[in-house]
Design a protein around this ligand. Sequence first.
Ligand code: FES
Length: 48
Amino acid sequence: MRGNVEICCGTGRTIDRVTDARLCRCGGSSNKPFCDGTHRRNGFNSDT
Ligand code: FES
């Protein structure tokens, strides 16, 4: 995503403030909530 974004956890604590981020959707990232490329190895497919 692009734009001014504040990423917060469930308690409301700010994780990061960014203007450009790739968020993990596969659940396998070691750097959640950000994508670390693990989706390429864990079989994640956003089309299913
Ligand atoms: S979407 Fe999960 S590591 Fe990229």
